[in-house]
Design a protein around this ligand. Structure first.
Ligand SMILES: Cc1cc2nc3c(=O)[nH]c(=O)nc-3n(C[C@H](O)[C@H](O)[C@H](O)COP(=O)(O)OP(=O)(O)OC[C@H]3O[C@@H](n4cnc5c(N)ncnc54)[C@H](O)[C@@H]3O)c2cc1C
Length: 236
């Protein structure tokens, strides 16, 4: 996250009179900052030259104080955010029962950074973010990088920063894996093994993370599930 020298980002609309103006602009013309989804840009990239497919995803937010629980820039100032995510983590999390009572909450452990390669991949993403902020087209607006601040630039500093600040991008999948092997939870027709007519039709049946956002593939899966249930399946 960076703080800007000026007020080129959406943070300027935090001031009441600017927010009112933005609301009016949207009400009259359906344009302006209210029409933005804030996440204005995205990028897929590689954490190393040996990667054949992207293993990092970046979301560019046109504001620095846009996310809950993430420190922003000093009130009254503006900035931007570049989030990076590891797309192909090697660690696996767990969802376990806390008791035999179904009303008791389950124990969810995402196991973030549970494999050393995941940490290195994320640190590489952070370095790429800093490199992007340093490009002349962007750096002319940047007053300073706020997160991770200037004192954190060694690999160890960045590893520790990731351990302390990393968050999810909300794409957990695969707690109920589909497959034709005995260990899969549902078969390739999404039917829960050992049951008849009980299907699981959501992202929990994915075999692994797809390496991107999960909403569209979940909708595709649901379309397929409706075909399986209604018998509308091509046999060829
Ligand atoms: C904050 C956030 C932002 C996201 N942004 C994006 C994005 O920009 N792009 C993108 O592609 N993906 C995004 N995702 C991910 C995307 O929303 C999910 O991958 C997708 O919704 C998964 O669909 P699903 O059907 O598997 O699960 P869900 O959408 O979670 O649906 C599960 C449903 O089951 C219901 N349910 C749970 N327990 C029970 C029960 N015991 N009985 C009955 N019903 C129950 C829930 O109420 C819910 O309606 C985001 C997720 C979050 C949380």
């Amino acid at each position: 996250m960076t703080a800007f020298t000026g007020h080129e980002s959406l943070d300027k609309y935090r001031k009441p009179h600017m927010a009112a103006w933005a609301g009016l602009q949207y009400a009259l013309f359906r344009t302006g900052p209210v029409a933005s989804n804030v996440v204005e840009g995205g990028l897929f990239w590689y954490s190393g030259d040996d990667r054949s497919i992207p293993d990092l995803q970046f979301h560019f937010l046109a504001g620095a104080s846009a996310e809950d629980c993430v420190a922003g820039v000093t009130p009254g100032r503006s900035g931007i955010t570049l989030n990076c995510y590891g797309l192909r983590p090697k660690a696996r999390g767990t969802v376990r029962l806390s008791s035999a009572d179904p009303d008791h909450p389950s124990l969810i452990d995402p196991n973030f950074m549970g494999h050393p390669d995941d940490l290195e991949m994320t640190v590489q993403g952070l370095k790429t973010s800093l490199e992007i902020f340093a490009q002349p087209a962007l750096s002319k607006y940047v007053r300073k990088v706020v997160l991770p601040d200037d004192s954190l630039r060694s690999d160890d500093d960045l590893r520790s920063f990731v351990r302390n600040h990393c968050r999810t991008s909300y794409h957990p999948v695969g707690t109920c894996r589909m497959g034709s092997d005995d260990k899969s939870v549902v078969d390739t027709h999404l039917v829960l093994r050992g049951f008849e007519g009980l299907r699981v039709c959501d992202s929990s049946v994915f075999l692994s993370l797809i390496g991107s956002n999960t909403n569209a593939p979940t909708a595709m899966l649901a379309e397929k599930a409706s075909d399986l249930i209604s018998g509308n399946v091509r046999t060829r």
